[in-house]
Design a protein around this ligand. Structure first.
Ligand SMILES: [Zn+2]
Length: 224
């Protein structure tokens, strides 16, 4: 192979490797993983909310029972009270009744939410199990895809080493700097620098040449 051919092969290998590398970076499972984590988070949040509501309900019901007892005994006290005592008992009864009203309102809200929320959990659990199963099913395929990519990348890397070994270091370094390989046009580089005759002859023979001005690597033609 001439330097010219080796250089073009080197560039081709780098381009193909870049494409494969990009494919390797792409996660074939991300759509499943995204759905899985969204469902899991929703399920966790709703389960936690359910538990909180149940605690609130139990706590509120206990408070309500206590209040009701207190109200009954205050009302009994009121029937027996006379004079100034009536006002004293009334002063305790009024806030107790008000608190009972608020509490009943709060408990009603809790119960309404508890009527709806738990029913949402089973479909979420099912959806989560489904997407987890899909994820497990897709995993071996993704593994295979990555292994295949790795294998091809290794092959390219090995061939690249062989190509590089056959090229003069100045050409490799020059190519590495710009990544640019250009063909010579009417004795000039793309940057308009005129190439000395001696090097033009070399290039025609299949050698490469690094432009002293713009750093492009010059070859006779880009057609392989
Ligand atoms: Zn140039």
């Amino acid at each position: 192979m001439t330097e010219h051919q080796l250089l073009l092969r080197l560039q081709q290998l780098d381009k193909q490797s870049a494409v494969l590398e990009e494919q390797r970076q792409r996660n074939g499972l991300s759509a499943y993983e995204g759905r899985e984590s969204r469902l899991r988070e929703e399920l966790q949040a709703k389960s936690a909310r359910c538990e909180q509501l149940e605690r609130e309900l139990a706590h509120g019901q206990a408070e309500l029972a206590g209040l009701e007892q207190e109200i009954v005994s205050l009302q009994r006290e009121l029937t027996r009270a006379s004079g100034y005592d009536i006002a004293l008992v009334q002063n305790r009864l009024t806030p107790a009744l008000a608190r009972k009203g608020t509490l009943e309102e709060e408990l009603l809200q809790v119960m309404l939410e508890l009527e709806e929320l738990p029913a949402q959990l089973p479909p979420l659990r099912e959806g989560l199990a489904e997407v987890q199963a899909e994820l497990e099913e897709a995993r071996p395929e993704e593994q295979e895809r990555l292994e295949d990519l790795n294998l091809r990348l290794q092959m390219y890397a090995q061939e690249r080493l062989m190509v590089v070994e056959q090229l003069p270091p100045t050409l490799v370094v020059g190519y590495q700097k710009t990544g640019r390989i250009d063909e010579i046009r009417q004795g000039r580089c793309r940057c308009r620098l005129e190439i000395p005759d001696h090097y033009q002859r070399q290039i025609r023979l299949g050698h490469g040449w690094v432009c002293a001005s713009c750093g492009s690597v010059l070859v006779q033609t880009l057609t392989p």
